[in-house]
Design a protein around this ligand. Structure first.
Ligand SMILES: [Zn+2]
Length: 205
């Protein structure tokens, strides 16, 4: 953000598929704010417990301490009034009121940086990130690299057959795919999975 006068707040969104470096970019921006001696607070939802409870950790192991919240409103409860920069990771796991919470923080004069997935495993808009993009001053859409063909990838391909909207996992459960290689349906169960299900049904009978 170039010339900002007074203590005007604003919203930045860092979005893209998994493996596009969103947390890395969020951590980079927050670190730079810390170097500028600004007061920084970082929040992340409880649902994402892949790596660590009290830290944001990128896939390449960059880390920064974070406050855990189970509901969006907790961000306001846990907010230190002296905080100048608010970072929020994994925004797709927070409810739609993140939009009004982010607006409120920006109206209070804080710089709000939100990172999260903009599309789900079927390539559909994944709220609340798309709504946040419309109210933000600045949007950065990152791309990953398609593991099939090496082209820029905007999709998160789910590799399991689950049809739940949220299945937490990293490598092995998801991979980055480009527009051409993306298969927006749950992949068919493998022969091994079919055999396992058949065995389970046998034992039930
Ligand atoms: Zn591809």
């Amino acid at each position: 953000m170039d010339i900002v006068k007074g203590n005007m707040g604003w919203i930045e969104v860092v979005c893209g598929p998994m493996f596009s470096g969103k947390s890395e970019e969020l951590i980079r921006r927050l670190r730079r704010a810390q170097i500028a001696r600004q007061r920084v607070q970082i929040f992340k939802p409880t649902l994402d417990q892949r790596y660590s409870n009290a830290e944001i950790v990128s896939h390449s192991e960059a880390r920064i301490p974070a406050d855990i919240v189970s509901r969006t409103s907790e961000i306001l409860d846990k907010l230190d009034p002296r905080t100048e920069v608010v970072g929020i990771d994994e925004a797709q796991f927070l409810s739609g009121d993140l939009v009004s919470v982010a607006q409120k923080l920006a109206d209070m004069g804080k710089r709000v940086i939100v990172a999260g997935l903009d599309t789900d495993f079927l390539g559909r808009p994944f709220e609340p990130v798309p709504q946040l993009m419309t109210v933000a001053e600045e949007v950065t859409k990152l791309l990953a690299i398609c593991v099939r063909c090496g082209n820029p990838a905007k999709h998160t391909q789910r590799l399991t057959t689950s049809e739940e909207l949220i299945v937490v996992g990293a490598r092995g459960t998801y991979e980055a795919r480009c527009r051409r290689c993306f298969e927006p349906v749950a992949p068919q169960p493998t022969l091994f999975e079919k055999q396992k299900t058949a065995e389970k049904q046998k034992t039930k009978a």
